[in-house]
Design a protein around this ligand. Sequence first.
Ligand SMILES: O=C(CO)[C@@H](O)[C@H](O)COP(=O)(O)O
Length: 219
Amino acid sequence: MENRNTFVAPSLLASNFLELGKEVDMLNRSEADWLHLDVMDGRFVPNISFGLPVISQIRKATTKTCDVHLMIEEPEKYAEDFKKAGADILTVHYEACTHLHRNIQQIKGLGMKAGVALNPHTPVHLLENVINDIDLILIMSVNPGFGGQHFIPKSLEKIRQAREMINHYKAHALIEVDGGINIDNAGDIFKAGANVLVAGSTVFSSKDPEATISALRNA
Ligand SMILES: O=C(CO)[C@@H](O)[C@H](O)COP(=O)(O)O
């Protein structure tokens, strides 16, 4: 990860899958820091997106960080496969992991950065016992499963709480925020303490996605 502490990670969920190669080329040219890849299993969330073969192809087409967000049950069964597919960061959901500490160790043992995502109803303090073990907290600012939803305002308070917890425990985890992010709220989200903004529809439905990525990054 580069020596900057604010990043933008466009979510390919909102891209044109028929033109995936061109979309990745656009992201390669852009100031996007990471590519955010949403994997949904139709069980943990009520939607199915894409999986390992698509991520392997994207990996071959970019040198940018591949930030994989698993919205799946039993993520431990697939961690090794996602490493082989090219994930740099693997994020699992707190709500999907009975043995979260073990799952984090597994991901790090495979050589990836480990993230933990929190659904909107899940309190931040539940990560206290693993905060020094993880590289990233992903605060979901919408209920996971779909792009194009509205940012849940309470998420700003959760970002502040996460920042306080990281400072208190002298942890190094980055705070990533995902869902309903646009040019108008990006500045407040960074100000609350976020490091990484994930944006899907704001980037891919924009007339000039590259300019939108730069604007988000400088918000
Ligand atoms: O993980 C998810 C949805 O579950 C997100 O990454 C969305 O893809 C973000 O989309 P927008 O809200 O930015 O359209």
